[in-house]
Design a protein. Structure first.
Length: 149
């Protein structure tokens, strides 16, 4: 049986370390986008619940305006996340990497969250429950994307 010396293992350990470091840096950025996506979806769910409660209660103009302002602010953040995820994927491709499925799913999920928020805003504005139904459908799509992430 042949003994492996520590000196013989050094190049292997270094190679493994460099490979893991490069992978961690690439996946670290992707994990940040995934985490932000999950956080944004949690905020969308909160707004969804509030819009549903508001629809069942007596209309309050101030509360509606406030909720619509929150929707607009969150929509802006979601658009930014979508753009950043798409840009990160494109930059990776420019460096010779394959497209990153997780980044593409984050960008696609952001489009779905935008759809949900738009439907909720229309529901708040019109009290038409068909918009609430559309928001539910969009939320199901977001949940499917989350499972893939």
């Amino acid at each position: 049986m042949r003994k492996i010396t520590a000196v013989a293992l050094v190049p292997v350990v270094i190679a493994l370390y460099l490979t893991q470091t490069a992978y961690a840096q690439g996946s670290g950025a992707t994990n940040v986008y995934r985490t932000q996506f999950f956080e944004m979806h949690a905020k969308v769910k909160t707004i969804f619940e509030r819009a549903g409660r508001q629809g069942r209660s007596e209309p309050n103009h101030k509360a509606r305006v406030s909720l619509r302002e929150e929707i607009l602010a969150l929509t802006k953040l979601i658009h930014r996340l979508e753009e950043e995820a798409a840009r990160a994927d494109l930059e990776g491709m420019e460096r010779g990497r394959n497209s990153n499925k997780s980044l593409l799913l984050v960008a696609q999920g952001c489009k779905a969250m935008d759809f949900v928020l738009n439907a909720l805003d229309n529901y708040i504005t019109t009290d038409d429950r068909s918009f609430l139904s559309l928001a539910r459908d969009g939320d199901s799509l977001i949940k499917s994307i989350e499972k893939m992430l």
